[in-house]
Write a protein that binds this ligand. Sequence first.
Ligand SMILES: Cc1cc2nc3c(=O)[nH]c(=O)nc-3n(C[C@H](O)[C@H](O)[C@H](O)COP(=O)(O)OP(=O)(O)OC[C@H]3O[C@@H](n4cnc5c(N)ncnc54)[C@H](O)[C@@H]3O)c2cc1C
Length: 382
Amino acid sequence: MADKKLKIGIIGGSLGGLFTGIALQKSGHQVTIYEKTGEKLKDRGAGVVLQQELIDFFQEYQINRIENINVPIYQRVYVDRNGRQTRVDNSKQQMTAWGTLFHELIKNFPASQYNYGHSLKNLSQANNQVSVEFDNGKVETFDLLIGADGTNSTVRKIVFPEILLRYAGYVGWRGIVHETELPTDVLNELIDRFTFYSMPNSHILCYLIPGNDDEVSPGSRRINWVWYWNVNKGQDIDDLLTDINGIKRSGFVPEGLVMPEYIKAQKEIADEVMPPIFKELIRATKNPFIQPVNDLAVTKMYSNRVVLIGDAAFTPRPHTAASTAKAVANGINLSQSLKDFPDDIEQALAFWEQPQLDMGNYLKNRGVALGNQSQFGTSLRT
Ligand SMILES: Cc1cc2nc3c(=O)[nH]c(=O)nc-3n(C[C@H](O)[C@H](O)[C@H](O)COP(=O)(O)OP(=O)(O)OC[C@H]3O[C@@H](n4cnc5c(N)ncnc54)[C@H](O)[C@@H]3O)c2cc1C
């Protein structure tokens, strides 16, 4: 139990908000999460590589047994244009899905302290207290406010308005296919493997993840794929991120909202350039979605009693497969630091901050190097 019980508000109830909320609540603090979405967050369809930080978190907080939430892979397989294997590396990894993690975490945070339909509008600080105002008119005051509100964080825009998001020059087309929707010979090529195909200025990868209801048994799993495309800044990316309702999205364009003409063009290109297994995978995908790749890095993780964690502070490129693990680390380290300095929040935050900045910058630089090498043939473009 914390020596000093703090009243803590968390803005954003996705994975970062829940990891942090669970850790702080189990330490004895009075924690409330506010999520702008009006109802249970929908599966964003994305696969997530289970890094060690997530496995440790699930064990420490007894969320669920890891074998119940992952589909393992045993090899990384690289194929050529004809689908022939050019390289096979033995490598065990555990794959899960954003939705599977969310479903497990939300069960482990008190429902009465998780508020949907609360979009942060404004905040102000005075006398070491943070006052917040939501767009539904509710106002609240906290000892500590945590911005876990993602890449387009409102909290960050208020406390660090000088920090800007930068489009990296390419997007990830992503898709999910149920394993029963693939021809058996294609599925057999993908099971137990993380499969890659590289082409000039692009690559595609895929792996199996749990099913729609988080099942991990054969017959009910899904295949998650990501295909990186260079798209020019300006009109080209603006057009691609404009959804079927004519709304220009600032983040990803979800399943079912991508303009049909882009999906048609994407499938035609896949038919021309892809090895057979990826061609089949893309053909079988009903509703692909688009994730623009951005670079975001803060230079401070907190301002007085307002803290940023997860994607709100650093959004590394997806090649690192470590954004979720970073959000876990931010949350548990914050909880630990508040335990270590129970009577001095300022010292707790100062002690917590530098390792989080170091981790964020390391992942940012690694993501830039990997992405630029694949997409532009150089790691020098930043
Ligand atoms: C399409 C997609 C695919 C991804 N794939 C991977 C992957 O393969 N591997 C991986 O490790 N990571 C992946 N990520 C990143 C991963 O999901 C995040 O790193 C992880 O969820 C932690 O993010 P977060 O909780 O900090 O932010 P987010 O998950 O972005 O959550 C922010 C939350 O804040 C809420 N919010 C925003 N503004 C407000 C406001 N004003 N008031 C209240 N609430 C607000 C949002 O509705 C959202 O629920 C992916 C992300 C996306 C979008």
